[in-house]
Design a protein around this ligand. Structure first.
Ligand code: FAD
Length: 577
């Protein structure tokens, strides 16, 4: 991957900018040169102010801006928040941190930055990642092209000018040849639908919209609603100081130990020396983590060997227990029952009250078929006298009251309510923008029965629009996919720029082939039998109660191969004019 040079231009002095871009061609990267086209008068006459508008200033938006500057594109980034970082800007809840190993998460494109930056923990806490992304923004002087507190309300395609009209919530309109969405896959927080939420007189927060000011839980009566990944991280932290913590759990999740730890200076020096190897490993593994499935099946080994292997995984850092387990764990029902039995045993060992332990053991899905929250003494919290677990399926929350929460069998008083109710995942941020393509068709109409795409990045009838981390991109250790997607889009734009192409649109046939592949990959996966954001279900969002193939479930190398093949064949399946 090439090292990025410092920003080569401001937005105004791009006249004779000579650039070098990497174009992905068959068999690897080839280098091609292009001369950035200055803003031409026909475009100005058509009222197109920008070459590209990017929505979102998280990791995707930041890296895309760097690449677009290299291409000499006049770019504007619109970001709803007041700072950069996306996920790591919004999610300031107590205990928020990585599940990816820190050193596998950072940007890999800037070798100097890799040598300058130190991660202090194997799984860095949110403030550290926010600081890191601010450092990236500083180093590349990105903020001058980012407009903060600028929430995009709509984006409408204009066929006559081959451009996008982007309207912000403040009513201002901006016109651009290309539109790149970097709006995140877990960025549209959802609240539950209980009545009375606004009546509560105490403090209340959604984990994904956490305030910048410190929230003090010491001596307070606190409710946490939700036990997904954010809920688990919040609970184990709040339990340390709250006078009373009541956890409202609708669906227990299978959690596994994170085994976080500090990184010493010597360890960081050693990590720095291995960055090439670390990122190479991430490029090769199934889901871009350092962990990858064990090549044996669960029952290929003896019971004793199996137990020893599971014990080893349970004692190691990170997602190994989920993504580094026996390769048939998520496809073979008996294998999945075996690992579920193992984790249930661990929960029973760690939680003293057998009734509470049973409440914490999922009964409606097997281990790993939903997103596995990683935890640090989460289960032990329930041994503390200040922590109570309420089964919200057995005794549903009926309403939020001015003083607390009323369930079907009790009324609780709280000072603070935390909504750890997650996100309208994958396409929620898309649904919140009025996207209109050719002939005014809305993206919502086209995605009525589930999102479609070409390699997660393009959608027919939405010309000149590219989606970073869109539906059906490889997820896993996400920055690795972000870098790939940004580079793929940038290469395509460089190609279009070189050939004077002003209209780029995915062909329906190519999309159909890709979507058929996405559907095929999901066949036989146990996760497809379970309600979760990974199957497009969110009980708090109307119209999202039915399971669908909501994401790409194949390997990241397989995903990249498909996308690279399109590029290698001169963007076969994409119409250019
Ligand atoms: C709590 C939490 C922990 C996570 N931990 C990990 C992890 O350990 N490993 C991992 O790989 N991934 C993790 N993720 C996923 C994480 O989202 C990605 O790793 C990555 O940060 C996504 O970057 P992004 O720029 O694509 O999206 P985001 O970081 O979500 O940024 C999107 C940006 O778009 C902006 N935006 C959205 N809509 C609009 C609009 N209409 N107008 C203007 N701006 C808009 C948002 O304000 C936001 O700043 C985690 C996610 C969460 C929520």
């Amino acid at each position: 991957m090439m090292g990025v040079e410092p920003p080569v231009s401001g937005t105004d002095d791009r006249k004779s900018l000579s650039i070098t871009v990497q174009a992905r061609k068959a068999g690897g990267l080839v280098t091609m040169s292009a001369v950035a086209e200055p803003m031409t008068s026909p475009k100005m006459a058509a009222g197109i102010t920008y070459d590209a508008i990017v929505i979102g200033a998280g990791m995707s938006g930041l890296y895309q801006l760097i690449r677009l500057r290299e291409l000499g594109f006049k770019t504007r980034v619109f970001e709803a928040g007041t700072g950069v970082g996306g996920t790591w800007y919004w999610n300031r809840y107590p205990g928020c941190r990585f599940d990816s190993e820190s050193y596998s998460y950072g940007f890999s494109f800037d070798k100097d930055l890799l040598q300058e930056w130190s991660w202090t923990e194997h799984f860095a806490p949110q403030p550290e990642t926010e600081k890191y992304l601010n450092l990236v923004a500083d180093k590349y002087d990105l903020r001058r092209d980012i407009q903060f507190q600028a929430r995009v309300a709509s984006a409408h395609w204009q066929e006559t000018t081959r451009s996008w009209t982007v309207t912000l919530e403040d009513g201002s309109q901006h016109h651009s040849r290309f539109l790149i969405t970097a709006i995140g896959a877990l960025s549209a927080p959802t609240m539950p639908t209980f009545p009375g939420i606004k009546d509560f007189k105490g403090q209340s927060f959604h984990t994904g919209l956490w305030p910048k000011e410190k929230v003090d839980f010491a001596g307070k009566r606190v409710a946490v609603i939700g036990t997904g990944a954010s809920g688990v991280q919040t609970i184990q932290e709040v339990a340390k100081t709250a006078a009373q913590l009541v956890v409202f759990q609708r669906t227990p999740n299978w959690c596994a130990p994170l085994h976080n730890g500090k990184i010493s200076a010597a360890e960081m020096a050693e990590i720095r020396s291995r960055y090439d190897e670390i990122f190479k490993r991430c490029e090769e593994t199934f889901s871009c983590f350092l962990h990858t499935p064990h090549p044996q099946n669960t029952f290929d080994v003896s019971a004793a060997e199996r137990e020893a292997f599971l014990e080893k995984l349970y004692s190691e850092r990170g997602f190994g227990i989920w993504v580094g387990n026996f390769q048939d764990m998520l496809t073979n029902r008996a294998a999945n029952e075996e690992i579920s039995r193992f984790i249930a045993k661990k929960i029973r060992q760690r939680v003293k009250d057998p009734k509470v332990a049973e409440m914490l053991i999922p009964k409606n899905h097997g281990f790993g078929t939903r997103r596995v929250p990683l935890e640090t003494f989460y289960y032990e919290c329930y041994n503390q006298p200040n922590v109570t677990l309420v089964d919200s399926k057995a005794t549903p929350i009926e309403r939020i009251t001015p003083t607390g929460i009323k369930t079907s069998d009790a009324e609780y008083e709280f000072d603070i309510i935390v909504y750890a109710t997650g996100f309208d995942a994958l396409r929620g941020a898309f649904d919140r923008i009025d996207f209109r393509g050719t002939d005014g068709v809305t993206l919502k109409e086209i995605w009525q029965d589930g999102a479609t795409s070409l390699v997660g990045m393009l959608q027919s009838r939405f010309p000149n629009m590219f989606m970073l981390l869109g539906p059906h991109t490889a997820l896993g250790n996400i920055p690795r996919s972000i870098e790939f997607n940004v580079e793929w889009v940038s290469d395509l734009l460089a190609y279009a720029q070189q050939k004077g192409i002003t209209r780029v649109e995915a062909q329906q046939e190519a999309m159909d082939r890709w979507m058929e592949h996405v559907m095929d990959l999901a066949k036989g996966l146990l996760s497809m039998e379970v309600d979760s954001w990974m199957t497009g279900v969110n009980l708090n969002v109307s119209g999202k109660q039915k399971r669908i193939v909501a994401r790409y479930t194949g390997s990241a190398p397989g995903y990249r191969a498909w996308a690279n093949d399109i590029a290698a064949k001169d963007y076969a399946g994409i119409s250019m004019a």
